[in-house]
Design a binder for this molecule. Structure first.
Ligand code: GLN
Length: 484
């Protein structure tokens, strides 16, 4: 397989003049139409896309940005000026954002062509893409299976060759898990590395935006553009942004890689175990050393997260009341009726479940028993990671317990669905960066492994992932029928 379908591949062809921005955008639009049954996009304004691409073509060579003419899809959780922004919810079905998110401003300033808004689990709550008001997204590798979630449409759009890269968000795994299910590389940056301004909030202390693409090289290009301080987000960190593309080729020999045996005690399918083991061997061949690390509390991440994330969601979603934001019921009898019916009609069942759980764990009688306990678990997990990173540079772990599951398989069992996040949630609780990359196949479906690093260790993660991709072919696998 060639590397032509990657962001770097298209950048080279745009640079050489082999293809124009408008031709590439038109090709992407045609592929989006061909793949309509995957339900990857919620909104695409074809005419505007073509107009923007033509504007890019008119930019003199010397003034072109680092993402000049590159097509990128945007999870529909990011506000984009004058564009419908739904967060996958009926609540915002008709809402047009009055301004653009920080990351959108950055991508546009860098010359990217934004192809459209991608489908997602409602308010980013889900692990399968099935919780969208606009219907489930399907996995391009096997359309009877889920693409993962909540960044379901972003993952499906890239895997189906509709766009070479997309933006997602990751609160408990929503970039990494769909990346793993769709054979992509995806990065959740350090909390505070990328501004959350203009990103519809789910759980504010966990949410982080990040890139999804085929390769670590492509992620480096994108992260370099979207990372950096933004005073409009008070949790945005004023730390220097590394040259991620330059960091890709640093030597791997001498790097210390941790294997968390306690985490591998979780319920994980044999092919996933094998993929992690083979990745370990690849890194050893590249000259890295392997060490055991103890993360004894990491398995308590799922229960802690499913207290904390709903707690934050219940307050964040209070603004959707039919007055300040969101769907308004018809002919309300009085203010209470307006609130009750607008929220009952606007939110789907998973969102309601989270609001109920979150309100409960924050209530006077239960705050200490649940919310405070979960915060303590969160602190323990963070401290255990910090201790581990005193001994190793990165930690290698599975991304998911198994490959993509069938549509409908877990919709009636929320706890089984939540358990899908067992390997991804710890990084969000600790605020550390984590990257998922393709590491094998089972039954025609991709498998991912994860690299976790210390705060602001993105350059190291991208370096190791790039070295891995130079030494292996997993990231070159494509679903059948998708452009190579
Ligand atoms: N699957 C997790 C949840 O449902 C994570 C979602 C996310 O990262 N946005 O909350």
């Amino acid at each position: 397989m060639s590397a032509d379908s990657t962001l770097a591949g298209w950048a080279a062809r745009l640079g050489s003049g082999e293809i124009s921005c408008r031709e590439l955008a038109a090709d992407c639009l045609a592929r989006i139409e061909q793949g309509a049954h995957l339900n990857a996009f919620v909104s695409v304004d074809s005419q505007r896309v073509l107009d923007v691409a033509a504007e890019r073509d008119a930019i003199p060579r010397a003034e072109r940005g680092p993402l000049h003419g590159l097509p990128i899809a945007i999870k529909d959780i990011f506000c984009q000026a004058h564009t419908r922004t739904t967060a996958g919810s009926r609540m915002l079905e008709q809402w047009r954002a009055p301004y653009s998110a920080h990351v959108i401003e950055r991508l546009e300033a860098a010359g990217a062509v934004l192809l459209g808004k991608t489908n997602m689990d409602e308010f980013a709550m889900g692990s399968s893409g099935e919780n969208s008001h606009f219907g489930a997204t399907r996995n391009p590798w096997d359309d009877s299976r889920v693409p993962g979630g909540s960044s379901s449409g972003s993952a499906a759009a890239v895997a189906a060759g509709m766009v070479p890269a997309a933006l997602g968000t990751d609160t408990g795994g929503s970039i990494r898990q769909p990346a793993a299910f769709c054979g992509l590389t995806g990065l959740k940056p350090t909390y505070g590395r990328v501004s959350r301004w203009g990103m519809i909030a789910f759980a504010s202390s966990l949410d982080q935006a990040g890139p999804m693409a085929w390769t670590a090289e492509d992620l480096a290009m994108l992260l370099g553009v979207i990372a950096g301080c933004d005073t409009r987000d008070s949790t945005s960190v004023d730390a220097p942004v590394d040259d991620y593309s330059k960091a890709l080729s640093a030597p791997v020999s001498g790097r210390r890689i941790g294997i968390p045996s306690a985490l591998l005690g979780a319920d994980v399918a044999e092919p996933v175990r094998v993929a992690v083991d083979e990745a370990r061997q690849t890194f050893e061949r590249l000259g890295a050393s392997i060490h055991e690390v103890a993360l004894p509390t990491a398995l308590a991440g799922v229960p802690a997260y499913y207290v904390l994330a709903p707690a934050e969601a219940s307050t964040n979603l209070a603004r959707f009341d039919g007055v300040r934001f969101g769907h308004r019921c018809s002919e309300p009898r009085n203010l209470t009726d307006l609130y009750l019916r607008s929220r009952a009609e606007g939110f789907g069942s998973e969102v309601k479940r989270r609001i109920l759980t979150g309100t409960y764990v924050l209530s006077v009688g239960y705050y200490e028993a649940y919310y405070l306990q979960a915060q303590r678990v969160r602190r323990l997990i963070r401290d255990e990671f910090l201790a581990a990173f005193g001994q190793v540079d990165v930690i290698l772990a599975p991304t998911t317990p198994g490959p993509a599951f069938a549509l409908g398989e877990k919709v009636d069992d929320p706890v089984a669905m939540y358990q899908q996040d067992v390997f991804t949630i710890p990084a969000n609780l600790a605020g550390i960066p984590a990257l998922s990359m393709p590491a094998g196949m089972t039954g025609g479906l991709p498998l991912g492994v994860q690299l976790l690093g210390p705060h602001f260790g993105e350059a190291t993660l991208l370096n190791l992932a790039h070295a891995f991709q130079q030494a292996t072919d997993h990231h070159l696998e494509r679903p059948s029928g998708v452009r190579e």
